[in-house]
Design a protein around this ligand. Structure first.
Ligand SMILES: [Zn+2]
Length: 147
């Protein structure tokens, strides 16, 4: 006892990582290595994703109450997060490279607008992907459920 316990068990973390890798392959993004972090993301999101600078490595954080979220909601959330990898390099270019060109307040506003557009794009892509790929089956497989 005394050791901090992760909010997500090892089996679920592995299932999320396996599924995320399947989704990355479905998106023709096989170079990405996707890690599931043991500490939770902030309260305002189900999950968040970022990338390690200059590497094909992504990190996914899951919310504190991840394990109590519905099975299908968890799958949809991970699909969404992996779709973010499509635009990561573009986001860095659009957001970081524009920084010296704008005043701070303007750049914050610009960043908020760009991120909102990326969210809409990612939602769109996630729906499309769900319609064209057997994501339910991949999620089941990652959880050791076979049908
Ligand atoms: Zn998102």
């Amino acid at each position: 006892m005394g050791k901090a316990k992760s909010h997500v068990n090892k089996k679920e973390a592995q299932a999320v990582a396996d599924y995320a890798t399947d989704v990355a392959y479905a998106l023709s993004l096989p170079r990405w290595r996707i890690l599931v972090m043991t500490d939770p993301c902030g309260d305002d999101a189900m999950a968040t994703v970022d990338t390690v600078d200059g590497k094909w490595t992504a990190r996914i954080w899951l919310c504190e109450d991840w394990m109590t979220q519905p099975y299908d909601t968890r799958r949809e959330t991970i699909t969404h997060e992996v779709c973010h990898l499509i635009h990561m390099r573009l986001a860095d270019t659009v957001i970081e490279d524009s920084k010296p060109l704008m005043r701070n307040g303007d750049h914050r506003d610009w960043t908020r607008r760009v991120r909102r557009e990326f969210e809409l794009m990612v939602d769109h892509l996630a729906v499309f992907l769900a319609e064209t790929h057997s994501l339910e089956r991949a999620w089941d497989k990652a959880h050791g459920r076979t049908s």
